[in-house]
Design a protein around this ligand. Sequence first.
Ligand SMILES: Nc1ncnc2c1ncn2[C@@H]1O[C@H](COP(=O)(O)OP(=O)(O)OP(=O)(O)O)[C@@H](O)[C@H]1O
Ligand SMILES: [Mg+2]
Length: 498
Amino acid sequence: MPSLVSALRLRGIRKTFPGVLALDGVDFDLLSGEVHILLGENGAGKSTLMKIISGASRRDAGTMEIAGVPVDLTGPRHAQELGIGIIYQELNLVPHLSVAENILLGREPMLCPGVLDRRRLRRIAQELLDELGLTIAAGAVVSSLGVAEQQMVEVAKALSLDARVLIMDEPTSALTSQEIERLFATIRRLKARGVGIIYISHRMEELFAIGDRVTVLRDGRYIGTKAIGECTLDSLIAMMTGRDLDAQFPKEAARPGEVALRVEGLGRNGVLHDISFSVRRGEIVGLAGLMGSGRTELARALFGADAIDCGRIEVHGRERRIRSPREAIDLGLGFLTEDRKTQGLVLALSVQSNLCLPSLDKYARGGVMMETRERAAAGRMVDELHIKTPGLQQRADCLSGGNQQKVVLGKWLCTAADILIFDEPTRGIDVGAKVEIYRLMNRLAAQGAAILMISSELPEILGMSDRILVMHEGRIAREFSAGATQEQLLAAALGRSV
Ligand SMILES: Nc1ncnc2c1ncn2[C@@H]1O[C@H](COP(=O)(O)OP(=O)(O)OP(=O)(O)O)[C@@H](O)[C@H]1O
Ligand SMILES: [Mg+2]
């Protein structure tokens, strides 16, 4: 049970950005030893509130107390000194430094002033990684790690701070179920030590697994705080959105047409082996598998981002050699990447430019007219996906995490692409907006698009796919029809025969 000792107390927190009232008088209480869920739709103000608590951003009004003492944070370092640690939603590591250097950045052990104690640095970092049960080497360069591993390094870094308050802003968005279990075990240990934890996630089942209390924000306003035990999924969704949700997976029956994409015997040395499958027009084919099973590698190979060593790819019945993403796009392929920060978005460009980027050809001729069409197309996407932005000219990096993801998705929905590869399309997207995205996928399929959907969320795979491929160690281990069970998929993903 959490104690009744106040770790953090916020009253009347207000924060505005140009054109946006992000927080409108928000109250929040965190007790020592509790996991407090912060819940709200994309753009509700969760990350903004966390940045204020961690000293990364200043409030315009309101008060903040840490362990009963009023504070005015001067910056992130000040917050760290007061025992507040944060794992940011957008990964925040220095790519060319090692894992150990990242974990202990600014607090490196020294042999004497100016001389780094490299051995101790590695050892301390390795102990933290081991405590999390990770197989990451402390000496590895961060840029060589995948998204999930980077996220776990962020967790290790936060642990090293020995924080009294630990903020986790969507820590599991890129983790597999085993990694999530490991993280939860760590969270329970921290709780037992009296650390107060603020936890943000759009995976609703996690909230019930790990949370003690939940506070809901909507449009920057405080809606309420409840014990998790008093909540149901439906009651939380109603608090978040102000309405009820009819169906979590609104899958419509497919009418498969001719084969749009056929892959035969595709291989890439050491990564992909003898991959054969096809996707028809009108079909949504789910691609499941554990992290590292080769799903993203397969997508990259199809999209011409990585070379293949053998095998053939047919697009609409004709064999094609796809040597670059440009060639893939010209053939009508679209690829929503899992890593939106480095591959999906140009953060310094506007929402409109990002949405229209891969379809520039459509708008490129004839100046003003085209700008009008570009604006109209972007405007439609913003409406359809409910992208929360003060305008089409807003810079992409000013949007909330989930809204950035919607822009990446919208950019492929704007193109004429009719073979779409979606890698984790709803990562970081709130429950209500997920349904909108599923509806759009239905519509694209109904219009004749062929969709290959990579996802780590088995309910999503089962809820939205017409057929399911499961990868294991670079091969397609099994194919299932839509009626498969979660256990069957998991067994195939683990390489067991069913
Ligand atoms: N630096 C910024 N400049 C302008 N607007 C911003 C900035 N940061 C956030 N906003 C706006 O403030 C609002 C709240 O954003 P915030 O990132 O806190 O949402 P969130 O609840 O974390 O959403 P998500 O679930 O998508 O991560 C959004 O409308 C967002 O566009
Ligand atoms: Mg956020």
